[in-house]
Design a protein around this ligand. Structure first.
Ligand SMILES: [Zn+2]
Length: 281
């Protein structure tokens, strides 16, 4: 290693001493390494909340809270997988510091197709992961390319023409076939029509990479009925959020989230009729 990041804690903000936003957390999952790659962080806005009283906002969030955008990199013995790409800002720098060449990414799994999850897929029509296949739920592809005709989604998929694999996510609690060795796709529709949670498993250890099941953890763990304006269907989003939280607790499966704050991986505990997160160390 030619440089050793030194982190300075300033309240809730972790500032990389090299002056970039890059933060990387390493989580060992059986024979896999899962890395949280922080793409972006800054103050969040409580105006995005749906169904939170002013009193609850004061109680759980106070006057300000932090928001993050993360991606997760999975290094398995036989392949390297990226789950979402963030905006594509510091992702490539983070990968470089881990010694991961974008050309060596075998698969990019998408939880959904919002810009903060697919922004790093392509530039000027060229795939930034030239040897990767892109995996996403068929419902998600169809929504953005046939119903909504979102340019960003259309362009991202066009850059990977012939290398896009769609799948039908399985229902929680049913037997779900593996999408890739150790990786299963679980239906978590609500945030978007094809929003997918990925369950990663190695040597009997499991992790749920839950995409945008939650955006404002300070209030949505204790009050999981609270949704956000980014949710396509806020009611469905709340219902699936509660199902997956209950599943994580009852099966003792840690979770990772694209908008949880660093390390953005932890264990969920039931508390006072809601939940809380115990961050991984
Ligand atoms: Zn998002």
């Amino acid at each position: 290693m030619n440089k050793t990041p030194v982190f300075v804690l300033l309240g809730l903000m972790t500032v990389n001493a090299f002056g970039s936003d890059t933060d990387i957390f390493t989580y060992r999952l059986g024979r896999f390494d899962v890395y949280t790659l922080v793409e972006n962080r800054g103050p969040g806005r409580d105006s995005v909340l749906i169904g939170a009283s002013a009193e609850a906002v004061r109680r759980y969030l106070g006057s300000s809270f932090q928001s993050e955008t993360n991606t997760f990199l999975i290094r398995a013995p036989d392949r390297t997988v990226l789950v979402d790409t963030g905006f594509g800002t510091t992702l490539f720098e983070s990968m470089k510091s881990l010694g991961v060449d974008p050309a060596k990414i075998d698969a990019v799994l998408l939880t959904h197709m919002h810009g903060d999850h697919i922004g790093g897929l392509q530039k000027d029509g060229k795939p930034l992961f030239p040897n990767a296949k892109v995996y996403l739920a068929r419902q998600e592809r169809d929504y953005w390319t046939r119903t909504n005709m979102n340019r960003g989604a259309v362009n991202a998929l066009a850059a990977y023409e012939g290398k896009v694999e769609t799948f039908l996510p399985g229902e929680l609690g049913s037997a779900i076939q593996e999408l890739l060795p150790g990786i299963r796709a679980i239906a978590a529709f609500g945030h978007t029509p094809g929003h997918t949670v990925f369950q990663v498993e190695s040597d009997g250890k499991r992790l749920l990479i839950w995409g945008d099941l939650m955006h404002v953890e300070g209030i949505q763990f204790p009050l999981p009925d609270v949704s956000v304006t980014y949710d396509t269907d806020p009611q469905a989003a709340a219902a699936v959020r509660k199902r997956i939280l209950a599943y994580a607790v009852s099966n003792n499966i840690p979770i990772a989230g694209m908008h949880l704050v660093y390390p953005a991986i932890g264990s969920v505990r039931a508390q006072d009729g809601g939940y809380r997160l115990v961050p991984a160390e």
